[in-house]
Ligand binder design. Structure first.
Ligand code: GDP
Ligand code: CA
Length: 342
């Protein structure tokens, strides 16, 4: 490890679900094994998670991104599926279907339901989502401080074309767009309901202001990182933080690795490329939120274009194939802003 690297006491990550969780898992691995310059097992990591995917279903409050981070880091995730609990069973879902209860396309596993029952009961008893998340994490011990972006209800909806609707379009909840429609129909508009009136959850602004590094992991730029940045106060906190801000591209070679970033970037008019997303976030020197942006080695030809926008940029392998590969990505992100590159 280069001795010139500044000590990283605290790192703050803005995360969606699967991409963000896997990145943080690799980051923690890299901190423990000493490959992240300036970091160590003592580095405190705070994860601010997107909550705009949340919804109420069968009377339960479900928070997919918070749970994906919690289960992934707490070793309870179904690794193959990428979401939900390992060794899951589906009896409750089958019984609901037998009653003809809609929607039948959203899978809630039996083990997972226990999490949603605890959460829903605590919310109904008057606890905030932050307090509930802290309580759930007492079981899972994710090794990070996990904060929802806000305690307020914020939900992403997607407008799609529907020739049968009088207006020619229909607005569906993010979960319907993703799970039922599999993001196969073009998204016309992304509406983040409740966002303007939301306030950052306790600890969010402090975690951005009082940290040694902020990382935007390879999470969806529109419906994960974009919704966190849209909570009033968060973007300003990123502008103001004395810590460097570095991001990792979720777009590799002209498309997303998994998910639907391509469809949603198109709907907001952003070029689907590593450079397009980097420029969309923008350099802090030009009013954006980033100081540096990592792109995949296959997108190396985009580095100079990014540098022209005022960002530090570098091309390295960005596929999270295992913990070591992901730890190397985290190390490269730190090196890019600490000047510790060999
Ligand atoms: P979600 O909430 O479960 O959709 O998860 P996130 O928003 O955190 O992450 C989804 C993003 O992660 C997608 O845009 C993917 O392209 C990206 N992603 C997933 N796996 C990888 C990977 O191995 N490398 C990179 N660079 N991006 C990835
Ligand atoms: Ca998500």
């Amino acid at each position: 490890m280069p001795s010139s690297a500044p000590t990283l006491r605290r790192i703050t990550v803005l995360s969606g679900g699967v991409g963000g969780a896997r990145f943080v898992q690799g980051l923690l691995h890299g901190l423990r094994t000493g490959v992240v310059p300036g970091g160590s097992a003592a580095t405190e990591v705070t994860v601010i998670a997107n909550t705009a995917d949340d919804w109420w279903i069968h009377g339960l409050k479900v928070c997919p991104d918070l749970d994906t981070v919690m289960y992934t880091l707490g070793d309870g995730i179904d690794v193959e599926r990428g979401w939900g609990r390992r060794e899951e069973t589906w009896s409750a879902k089958t019984e609901l279907e037998a009653y003809g209860v809609e929607p039948t396309w959203f899978g809630l596993g039996d083990r997972d339901i226990a999490t949603h029952l605890v959460r829903t009961q605590m919310l109904e008893a008057g606890f905030s989502l932050s307090q509930v998340t802290e309580a759930l994490c007492r079981r899972w011990q994710p090794g990070v401080r996990l904060l929802p972006m806000t305690d307020d209800r914020v939900e992403t909806h997607i407008a799609i074309a529907d020739p049968e609707a009088p207006s020619g379009r229909r607005v569906v909840h993010f979960q319907e767009y993703w799970v039922r429609l599999r993001a196969e129909v073009p998204a016309e508009t992304v509406l983040v309901v409740g966002q303007d009136a939301a306030t950052p959850a306790p600890g969010v602004l402090e975690a951005l202001g009082e940290t040694d590094l902020v990382v935007l992991p390879p999470s969806n730029p529109v419906v994960s990182v974009g919704t966190i940045l849209g909570v009033p106060g968060v973007r300003d906190a990123l502008h103001a933080t004395p810590a460097p801000v570095v991001g990792v591209s979720p777009i590799v070679g002209g498309s997303h690795v998994h998910g639907m970033a391509r469809q949603l970037l198109t709907s907001i008019g952003v070029e689907v490329s590593a450079a397009g997303v980097g420029a969309h976030y923008g350099a802090r020197s030009g009013g954006g939120v980033l100081d540096a942006w990592l792109v995949d080695e296959g997108d190396a030809d985009q580095v100079s274009r990014l540098e022209e926008t005022g960002l530090r940029a570098r091309a390295v392998p960005l596929m999270m194939t295992d913990h070591d590969a992901t730890a190397a990505m985290a190390a490269a992100a730190v090196e890019l802003v600490s000047g510790a590159t060999a």
